[in-house]
Write a protein that binds this ligand. Structure first.
Ligand code: PMP
Length: 424
């Protein structure tokens, strides 16, 4: 008889996913873009702190003061003693920021997406992009609705699937706003028009774009000039907002319903006071300092243009998530090791986070990266790429920027792998 532990462990070993995270050391006196790994200083390009707010003194002070005043934990879930005025203030501020009637905050962004499950009833149909984040996929699996997975950003495939569904069924489309592995944007105008034509609701996970994209930082809706296209937003406070926590924002009744039915809201301890206060302080910065968005996009554009000029494939990225696509997983790992040895901390990404043949090294760039750090990143990739034969020895002709590239001018705008080291 098979033993359940042995069976699953054998499967994991066969797929070669034996990874262990390497601990990072942050010296108190250094800036957020620089960390130490195995005693060596590194340019940090593997975090999602796009606006550099996790180390902003105003955000850190707000967190510290809240911890002193409210304690280290709220020690209870929202419905039974864990609702603080800080949570309610953050909900009101987020709803106003996104132009929605109401919002709920959750303890993580993952839980915000899981909280969608009660929307998915029997007989309903949910259409989900295949490249959506794992937490949206989990929400689909938790719900009772029929599931249709459409090819990544393939609106023709989605349209076929919408047309084939029961016209009387209630329908909803789930998509990431900014896809976290390759840094490409969802095709919001097409998705919104398909949703309207087929009577479907559109739910967008703005984890990576809210705070960063659009003239007011409200995410992809703001970026595309379609503020009302999204029926329900989910998001995280752990990326553009430099804290931790998640949220849902939308019509008042829908938020009320989810607050009282979503298990990931009801049955977990609420967001810690320090995190809520940090997010509130960060939101003020997001609202008042658009130049941070401009700088984050400018850093990303320079790194992306530099990598393309060297001959690397950076896919359809138009954002501070810049993938260096190697195709083969062993090449992604080898390139990641080379740039690590040269003092740049990026993230190796392979299946199942991306399709097998699109393994990559992911760079996450931020407003606080300096020009000197940009140069170090490019030098590390140039040397590593040439050594591995991934790029030509002579500099290639600079490639044209792809259509739709996000720049500062018109609209300011999972990692499956943390810092990983293969055990074997
Ligand atoms: N959605 C997306 C698109 C993400 O990339 C992530 C985190 N990597 C989440 C949701 C979950 O957010 P959190 O880390 O706050 O749980």
């Amino acid at each position: 008889m098979a033993d359940i532990f042995d069976k699953q462990l054998t499967a994991v070993m066969e797929h070669g996913v034996r990874m262990r995270p390497k601990p990072i050391y942050n010296a108190l006196e250094v800036r957020d873009g620089e960390v130490f790994l195995d005693g060596q200083p590194m340019v940090m390009a593997a975090r999602n702190d796009y606006l550099g707010l996790a180390h902003d003194p105003r955000v850190v002070r707000a967190a510290a003061e809240a911890a002193h005043r409210w304690g280290a934990s709220s020690s209870a879930s929202r419905l039974i003693g864990g609702s603080l005025t800080l949570h309610e203030e953050l909900e009101a501020r987020l709803a106003a920021f996104l132009g929605c009637e109401a919002a709920i905050v959750t303890t993580t962004g993952f839980e915000a997406n899981l909280a969608l499950a009660p929307l998915l009833g029997r007989g309903d149909v949910v259409f989900s992009d295949k490249a959506n984040h794992a937490s949206l996929i989990e929400a689909v699996r938790l719900g009772f609705a029929d599931r249709r997975w459409y090819r990544h950003s393939d609106t023709a495939d989605l349209e076929r699937k919408l047309a084939a569904a029961d016209p009387d069924a209630a329908k909803v489309i789930f998509t990431d706003g900014l896809f976290s592995m390759e840094g490409d944007l969802c095709r919001l105008p097409e998705l919104a028009s398909l949703a309207r034509r087929h009577g479907a609701r559109l739910v967008v996970d703005g984890a990576h774009d809210i705070g960063l994209l659009g003239p007011r930082g409200r995410g992809v809706g703001d970026h595309f000039g379609l503020p009302d296209a999204i029926d329900l937003h989910t998001g995280t406070l752990s990326k553009g907002f430099g804290s931790i926590g998640g949220f849902l924002a939308g019509p008042r009744e829908v938020i009320h319903y989810l607050r009282h039915t979503s298990r990931s809201v009801i049955f977990t301890t609420s967001m810690p006071p320090a995190s809520a206060a940090a997010a509130l302080a960060a939101l003020t910065v997001v609202e008042t300092e658009p130049e941070r968005r401009t700088r984050a996009l400018e850093v990303a554009r320079r790194v992306r243009d530099g990598l393309r000029g060297l001959g690397f494939d950076t896919g359809d990225s138009v954002t501070p998530i810049v993938p260096v696509i190697t195709g083969r997983t062993d090449m992604a790992t080898a390139l990641w090791r080379e740039v690590l040895a040269a003092g740049v901390l990026a993230s190796p990404v392979s299946a199942p986070a991306v399709p097998e043949e699109r393994s990559l090294v992911r760079l996450s760039l931020q407003a606080t990266h300096t020009d000197e750090e940009i140069a170090r990143i490019l030098a590390a990739f140039a040397a590593g790429g040439r050594k591995l034969g991934l790029i030509p020895d002579a500099p290639a002709v600079p490639a044209a920027r792809p259509a739709g590239s996000v720049t500062a001018a018109p609209g300011q705008q999972t990692s499956a792998c943390a810092v990983m080291d293969r055990v074997s």
